[in-house]
Design a protein around this ligand. Structure first.
Ligand code: HEM
Length: 142
């Protein structure tokens, strides 16, 4: 059971990150677009990516992760410092996810307040968390 849970944990990490990387990219193009047809198309793409792929992936990553902890037992969990640090970083990533959801609504209601440069910079953030979390989970330094 444990290897299967880990496999699907990682599969949903990949699908979640596909969206975490691509959605701010859509915001870049959306912020640069001027005609109504393009804007409507971006709204549909953003809504489907966020609600259809990213949020279900986030839920499944968390469920698989919690199931892995449950399989290993509470004593193991209490002793694994790297996992505590990882979960703190994942909490920041979850906040970022919901912030992206807030931006989706802003675009949907035509009340976006940022330019394309803002979204280009925002797009870099999940890379830092990805590197830190994967190194922690694989190297397990503490
Ligand atoms: C609520 C969220 C999460 C929980 C509760 C969680 C929990 C876990 C647990 C318990 C393991 C097994 C560790 C072991 O066997 O030693 C694991 C493995 C792993 N997790 Fe997560 N995780 C979460 C989110 C994430 C995220 C967002 C990423 C990537 C950015 C990630 C990347 C990994 C990797 C790469 C492994 C495999 C480590 C290995 O055994 O080589 N996890 N996770």
């Amino acid at each position: 059971m444990y290897p299967w849970l880990k496999a699907f944990h990682l599969i949903f990490v990949v699908t979640w990150f596909a969206g975490l990387f691509y959605l701010p990219r859509l915001f870049v193009y959306h912020a640069m677009s001027e005609d109504a047809l393009s804007k409507d198309r971006f709204k549909t793409m953003e809504r489907k990516l966020y609600s259809g792929i990213m949020t279900p992936s986030l839920v499944l990553v968390a469920l698989m992760g919690l199931a892995l902890i449950w399989q290993m037992g509470i004593a193991w969990f209490a002793a694994t410092t790297w996992l505590h640090v990882k979960l703190a970083l994942v909490a920041i990533l979850v906040a970022y996810h919901f912030y992206l959801g807030h931006i989706v609504v802003r675009f949907k209601t035509d009340s976006n307040r940022h330019g394309h440069v803002f979204y280009r910079v925002l797009n870099e953030f999940p890379v830092l968390i990805l590197i830190a979390v994967v190194v922690l989970a694989v190297v397990k330094p503490w």
